[in-house]
Design a protein around this ligand. Sequence first.
Ligand SMILES: [Zn+2]
Length: 253
Amino acid sequence: MLVKTRGLVTKTVNFGEGDKILTILTEKYGKIQAMAKGARRQRSKLVAGTQLFCYCDFVLFKGKTWYYIDQAEIINTFHTIRNDLVTLSCCTYLMELAGEVVQPGQAPGRLLQVVLEALELYAAGESHPEVLLRASELKILAYAGFKPQLERCVNCGGTTEAVSFSPGSGGVLCPVCEKSDPYRYSISRGAISVMKLMMGWRLKKLDCLRVDGHILKELEKIMRAYVAIHIDKDFSSTRFLDSIKNKVTGRLK
Ligand SMILES: [Zn+2]
């Protein structure tokens, strides 16, 4: 059976002599795995459209265990992402995260749109890489059902100014409740405000948001813990990002 869908290639693995197995976030069928026969052979019509980050109109043959790629007509390759290591690793992380939270058979809806918007902004190269990373991460998590509670205390529901963030409970804690979670992180008023803006504003609009380095550090710590608890996966891309961040001066400070 032939099916058509738009999709974003989030992972590629070489297979056999000249084939590739792709993970694709598709508009219609959620996360799928698809075999691209001969895609590593120079003359294959599938060479260009089966690269990582390619957004294509796919024609797929649905076999018993696999989808097979019949055609891949490119809409966007976001090719400038590869020109910068920080950008590349941020995008790789967002691909990994989106690939983890989107399930097979479940249309990703707005989540895929957020990922595409993030790739577009990274490809344009004008956004602060880490602000864009945190905002995209928060939005992906929110669309996947892990929206952190920032408006009121996640334990008592009170609206007293929060002082901690509980990754396990998924939200902020007031001064009375903070002891309920020994694994809480202290959180500043500034960091809460930035998180609210990141969730509320479109990614493009966040270009004009200036975030202090210490708030970005705070958010990185909190979000790492939050992702680690709710998405049970070790992201190799974050380790890579850490290793290059130490070498790239000025970019992320
Ligand atoms: Zn409380």
